[in-house]
Design a protein around this ligand. Structure first.
Ligand SMILES: NC(=O)c1ccc[n+]([C@@H]2O[C@H](COP(=O)([O-])OP(=O)(O)OC[C@H]3O[C@@H](n4cnc5c(N)ncnc54)[C@H](O)[C@@H]3O)[C@@H](O)[C@H]2O)c1
Length: 266
């Protein structure tokens, strides 16, 4: 149990990556606050962790609204006596090209991906500084934050911004022993999130085809699953990573390291 008695806040706890990370932290002993603007995602994730023998609660919160974030962090602190881990995972995926992207959609995507992460980090970090027992903040990025993906201008821009947000916040918080690191996932295998949705009592989601054959382009040949990100998040949150801050941990099956013209699976 690497996170025994630690208190974690995870934002964006859908059955996909946020749910997987919340479950992975709970499996290592953390008490988990599942935060989502969609009530079912917050409550069902917490209920699932509790059913598996963990300790969790769901809080509905729009992470772009500072008063809601302040109230959510205060509730988490009061319920569990502090906060040790924050995983900034809530995000809006997808988008359009720079030619077509409507301003309203751009603004909302940047608000959730960038401003939501800023607000949660600000208010959780204030609690951590006050507690004076350190802490670990993890920012979920994407390989699209490292590369120029066509047709995804707001997502690429915001995720890239989060890489340097992480480094700058790490500098602000280093004197307080609060570590800030990012974790880069890539195109993710859907099987685990489908099964988790069913476990949460939802109808089995329909599989959607992908325009690109991601697995063929990956050096490792298979896509990562949320559990792989969860293991990396546990590491970054734990004392094993006590000297690691301002770092980006890529859990991308080699995607970013790849020589660009090489197609591994041919
Ligand atoms: N799925 C992938 O292939 C992939 C790849 C790389 C990175 N990521 C990143 O991983 C994270 C999770 O992705 P996912 O695929 O699980 O997405 P998802 O859409 O399943 O989950 C995102 C969650 O964030 C919540 N959310 C959105 N706006 C919010 C707000 N204002 N306040 C609180 N919650 C809000 C949503 O309700 C949802 O539950 C995102 O940051 C995403 O960019 C995903």
């Amino acid at each position: 149990m690497k996170l025994q008695d630690r208190v974690a806040i995870v934002t964006g706890t859908s059955p996909n990556i946020g749910g997987g990370i919340a479950g992975g932290l709970a499996d290592e002993g953390a008490r988990v606050v599942c935060v989502d603007v969609v009530a079912d995602n917050a409550q069902q994730c917490a209920a699932w962790i509790t059913k598996r023998g963990g300790d969790a609660r769901g809080i509905v919160c729009d992470t772009t609204d500072e008063s809601q974030v302040e109230a959510m962090v205060a509730r988490a602190r009061d319920a569990y006596g502090g906060v040790d881990i924050l995983v900034n995972n809530a995000g809006i995926l997808g988008g359009q090209s720079v030619l077509e992207m409507p301003l309203e959609r751009w603004s909302r995507q940047l608000a959730v991906n960038l401003t939501g992460t800023f607000l949660c980090t600000k208010h959780v970090a204030r609690v951590m500084v006050q507690q004076a027992r350190g802490g670990s903040i993890i920012v979920i990025v994407s390989t699209a934050g490292h590369q120029g993906q066509p047709g995804n201008i707001g997502y690429c821009t915001s995720k890239s911004g989060l890489l340097n947000f992480t480094r700058a916040a790490a500098m602000d918080l280093a004197p307080h022993k609060v570590r800030v690191n990012s974790l880069t996932p890539t195109a993710t295998d859907v099987d685990e999130s489908v099964e988790r949705a069913v476990e949460w009592g939802r109808p089995r989601p329909e599989r959607r085809g992908r325009l690109l054959d991601f697995a063929k382009m990956l050096p490792a040949g298979t896509l990562p699953s949320p559990r792989h990100y969860a293991r990396a998040a546990v590491f970054l949150a734990s004392d094993d990573a006590e000297m690691i801050t301002g770092f980006d941990l890529r859990v991308d099956a080699g995607a970013i390291a790849k020589y660009w013209p090489w197609i591994p699976q041919t």
